[in-house]
Design a protein around this ligand. Structure first.
Ligand SMILES: N[C@@H](CCC(=O)N[C@@H](CS)C(=O)NCC(=O)O)C(=O)O
Length: 214
């Protein structure tokens, strides 16, 4: 059975956003049962045992028999390989879905994450107030470009794939800014992805885990 390593507890704002969620969601979409290992932030996070699973002392990581894997993108692609629910069978469909995973993590998440970091950790710092407009400019640029690519489609490609899972999860990071409301097609796309039963099950499991730890 796949074991997902995640944190025992994180602050309230991070509970629905933690990247372990992507893994839970992918596993739910694929219909793969999993066990969860909880690691505590701090000493245990930087222990040799955890660094062997996640070299940067972060979460998530998974273990599946003889494989240990870190990076949410690599893990999502690994799970997607196991299920057509996430990864089309045809060559072009597979390559396109994979490209969208990289787009989410490499072209969108850096800007979204920087804005998230300002909002969640440095809102009142002088440097953050100065930097924020520049970061928001890039977020708007990327959101506009993504909305153009999505156009009037329901999903980035012809159907839901691991690329949509990753993209919609990245978009969630800055939900609290309301920026997405300026992009109605993206907003509808994110809502469409989040209405999936697998998303709901994964979110419930993630939030219940933290509630139990409180
Ligand atoms: N690139 C990594 C990022 C993982 C990451 O940033 N995890 C956060 C939790 S969502 C974390 O472990 N933060 C604590 C830390 O970096 O010390 C991935 O996508 O898996």
């Amino acid at each position: 059975m796949i074991t997902l390593t995640t944190y025992k507890w994180v602050p309230d704002f991070a509970q629905p956003l933690m990247r372990a969620f992507r893994v839970r969601w992918a596993l739910e979409e694929a219909g793969i049962p999993y066990a969860v290992r909880h690691v505590a932030l701090g000493e245990e996070q930087h222990s040799p045992a955890h660094l062997a699973r996640q070299p940067f002392g972060q979460a998530p990581a998974i273990e599946d028999n003889d494989l240990t894997l870190h990076e949410s993108g690599a893990i999502a692609l690994y799970i997607a390989e196991k299920s057509e629910a996430l990864m089309p069978k045809d060559r072009i469909g597979r390559e396109r879905a994979t490209a969208w995973v990289f787009s989410a993590l490499n072209s969108i998440e850096p800007f979204v994450q920087e804005l998230g970091s300002i909002i969640f950790f440095h809102k009142d710092a002088a440097w953050a107030k100065e930097r924020r407009p520049q970061v928001e400019h890039f977020v708007h640029l990327r959101f506009g470009q993504l909305a153009n690519a999505l156009c009037d489609k329901d999903h980035l490609e012809g159907r839901f794939t691991v690329g949509d899972l990753m993209m919609s999860d990245v978009l969630r990071i800055i939900d609290s800014t309301g920026i997405i409301n300026e992009y109605p097609t993206l907003k509808a796309y994110k809502a469409r992805c989040e209405s999936r039963p697998a998303f709901q099950r994964a979110m419930q499991a993630q939030l219940e885990q933290f509630a139990a730890a409180a």
